[in-house]
Design a protein around this ligand. Structure first.
Ligand SMILES: O=C(O)CCC(=O)C(=O)O
Ligand SMILES: [Fe+2]
Length: 379
């Protein structure tokens, strides 16, 4: 009697049916094996069709259909980043850099030499650390305001329960590994508006992208030591991001971050085209254990960014990165994603109130930089 194995959870009846046929009839199995390369090619052709179709919809409506974004992820996995590079070249041709004011701001009064050095390190290593970019008073002001907000309470347990709950973050008694501020609360903080209209941040991003930059993601959240295993939802295991075609992230520490407070970590050089080997890419958009990644790239390429509050790390998070699981205390992080296009994940930000006049001035002068923001009152 043939043993019928139960279908795996989540496996479609069609897949189960084909599996049974393959087990029973050898020739069906050989056909499936022989046509595998063709199906692989079809998957790539399908991804290109979805990408081009998604690109057209995005161009007309400003919104990316989900299959379009998924196609970008597929093509990244298939080509190790070559598709992203080609598309980024095309975007740069359509949206060449702005003539920006001098790059004076929180990252320093950057001249051509400084900018050249930063660019070189970003391209080679995938990150650049700016120490003491923000004053302790600036950071403490944001911390104070942040403690008056209601947060989306995140983490694997919260996600398993369904819709995230809203609640305050109590530093003395954290209940979850991550508390994420809502997007519109984040952009209602004056200090955040100062930073998104900071010429040094905009210039470093524009140089890296080689085209007009756009603030596509503005995130603020607390991480806290509440668990003894890394939380996947809170990005505490190695992964690569793929929300956009090309982007640069700024990780801004608003509290002091020592080794125990969950420092951001990165694998030097893993952002480069072809730097993630096909067998790792094939695993998909998943979280990886520390051991497997550090062993693969060597301990000498592992970076753990500890630093006082006011430290800013610029990073191409196409490379392997994670937030280390905090073992005591907490960390308030502000993170900007600055991209060459809004194609990808659809998430806009609202500016409820303008606290910084320079933001309006810049939004008028450099509209593409702010095209992912909606202003509640017309400019
Ligand atoms: O919390 C961190 O340091 C990592 C966050 C992360 O993975 C990301 O912003 O893409
Ligand atoms: Fe990430």
């Amino acid at each position: 009697m043939a043993v019928t194995r139960p279908s795996k959870p989540g496996q479609s009846p069609r897949v189960t049916f084909v599996r049974r046929l393959r087990r029973r009839f050898g020739f069906i199995d050989s056909v499936v094996v022989a046509t595998r390369p063709l199906r692989w090619k079809l998957a790539v052709v399908r991804a290109w069709v979805a990408l081009v179709g998604g690109g057209l919809v995005h161009w007309v409506r400003g919104q990316t259909p989900k299959p379009g974004h998924l196609a970008l992820v597929t093509l990244f996995m298939e080509t190790g980043g070559r598709v992203n590079d080609t598309l980024a070249g095309a975007v740069a041709a359509f949206h060449p850099p702005y003539a920006l004011p001098p790059a004076h701001g929180v990252l320093g009064n950057l001249d051509a030499d400084n900018l050249g050095r930063i660019q070189e390190q970003l391209e080679r290593d995938g990150y650049y650390v700016f120490e003491n970019a923000l004053s302790p008073e600036f950071c403490d002001n944001v911390v104070r305001q942040s403690l008056e907000l209601d947060y989306l309470i995140m983490g694997d347990e919260a996600v398993a329960q369904g819709i995230p709950q809203l609640g305050r973050f109590d530093r003395a008694q954290p209940m979850a590994p991550q508390y994420s501020a809502t997007r519109d609360d984040t952009t209602d903080i004056a200090e955040v508006q100062q930073l998104i209209s900071d010429p040094s941040i905009i210039t470093v991003a524009q140089n890296y992208l080689k085209s007009k930059p756009i603030f596509t993601g503005i995130y603020m959240g607390w991480s806290a030591a509440v668990k003894d295993t890394p939380d996947q939802n809170a990005a505490q295991e190695f992964h690569w991001d793929m929300e956009r075609i090309k982007w640069l992230r700024f990780f801004i520490y608003l509290t002091d971050v020592g080794p125990e407070n969950g420092p951001h970590c990165f694998i030097r050089g893993s952002h480069r085209t072809g730097a993630i080997p096909p067998d790792l890419l094939k695993l998909g958009y998943v979280r990886h254990r520390d051991g497997s990644i550090i062993q693969r790239y060597g301990h000498e390429n592992y970076r753990e960014f500890t630093g006082g509050r006011g430290t800013i790390v610029a990073e191409d998070s196409r490379g392997f990165h994670k937030g280390k699981m905090p073992t005591s205390g907490d960390r308030l992080l502000l993170a900007f994603e600055v991209s060459n296009t809004t194609f990808g994940v659809n998430k806009r930000h609202l500016i409820r109130n303008v606290h910084v006049p320079r933001l309006v001035e810049f939004a008028r002068q450099y509209p593409r930089v702010y095209r992912n923001l909606d202003f509640a009152k017309p400019l």
